[in-house]
Design a protein around this ligand. Structure first.
Ligand code: SF4
Length: 328
């Protein structure tokens, strides 16, 4: 049996190219090599959206339909919603008994997000404790590998520490989850900042062709190219770094580099050269999305079946945990 991998995504609705190149392309590779468990982290969404949770369910549907449209295969991978497996919550409670508060308070992401996310009161027990829930998410399936980008390595390290502490008190029940370091390329949005729904700068997998075209044609370029005759630098051009980098062949890239640095081509021409490639990549995804969307219930059935499979594993683990902790 190949090693088990667990990865989740907060349901934020329709997915954009940042999710596609940053996460989903990697999931598609993992799906071929490992036994994968992919879940919609709706309880994690509540850590920040607790005051207004009404969109979480719809966002889950929109996100999962995109997963399937890009090629996540629910026959091969186990695809489910976190809140449908109550064992995550039980293990979270039990792990929270043994997790020192200092470990959570020291978590750099916690401190950073408290500063960065404004307009929401995040001084809650749930927000502080989300690494404990994350640990429960991973070890309830005894997952050996957790795919993360370099910036998330400390999270998995914290999960490993909590797991070690559990094993120290109650016996070696869980493998320590290992990071599966993945290349998480930075995808820039139309305004040159990181592509994000929150910045309103994203190109969505489900955007119709004319919307994609418009977004690309109005996307920020190297600010040094104010006029057509000004030379530019592709290495600092958001359009180049996001679109040509992912969609153009070597020949086109060489053409852009030469044309840009010598002002031999204009930005519009440069942008137009990549648009057909982007549309070509999105076409089959959008066709599959449309087909899947015809029957909304189908997505919920897929998730139900995934929950049945995930639940069988989680149930077995929690029985072992209860025994190890003398609760049964
Ligand atoms: S020519 Fe292309 S790479 Fe150069 S600044 Fe314009 S859009 Fe960017």
């Amino acid at each position: 049996m190949p090693p088990r991998v667990l990865s989740g995504m907060r349901p934020s609705g329709k997915l954009h190219l940042g999710h596609y190149h940053g996460v989903l392309e990697n999931w598609l590779k993992l799906q071929k090599q490992y036994e994968c468990f992919f879940f919609a982290a709706d309880w994690h969404a509540l850590t920040t959206e607790y005051a207004d949770p009404k969109e979480i369910r719809e966002n889950t549907w929109e996100m999962v339909v995109d997963w399937l449209a890009v090629g996540i295969d629910p026959e091969v991978s186990t695809v489910f919603v976190q809140s449908s497996i109550k064992e995550h919550a039980e293990l979270f409670v039990l792990l929270s008994m043994i997790t020192p508060l200092g470990w959570l308070e020291r978590n750099p992401t916690y401190k950073e997000q408290l500063k960065e996310i404004t307009g929401k009161d995040l001084h809650t027990f749930g927000f502080l404790g989300y690494p404990v829930l994350q640990t429960a998410d991973i070890i309830i399936y005894k997952a050996q590998k957790v795919p993360v980008g370099i910036d998330q390595v400390p999270h998995v390290e914290l999960s490993r520490e909590i797991t070690r502490r559990f094993n120290y008190f109650y016996g070696e029940l869980f493998p320590e989850p290992e990071t599966l370091l993945t290349d998480a390329p930075k995808v820039l949005g139309t305004d040159g900042r990181k592509m994000s729904k929150a910045y309103n700068n994203a190109v969505y997998l489900s955007d119709p062709p004319d919307v994609v075209k418009k977004k690309i044609l109005t996307m920020m370029t190297d600010p040094a190219r104010k006029r057509r005759q000004d030379p530019g630098n592709p290495d600092i051009c958001p359009l180049f770094l996001t679109f040509h980098k992912f969609y153009s062949d070597e020949k086109t890239i060489a053409w852009v580099r030469k044309g840009c640095t010598t002002a031999g081509i204009g930005c519009i021409e440069c942008k137009q050269s990549v648009i057909p490639k982007v549309l070509e990549r999105l076409k089959p995804i959008q066709e599959k999305r449309e087909e899947l969307s015809k029957d909304r219930e189908r997505i919920w059935s897929v998730l139900k079946e995934g929950s049945r499979r995930a639940g069988a594993v989680a149930e077995k683990t929690i029985l072992d945990v209860r025994k190890a902790m003398a609760l049964e």
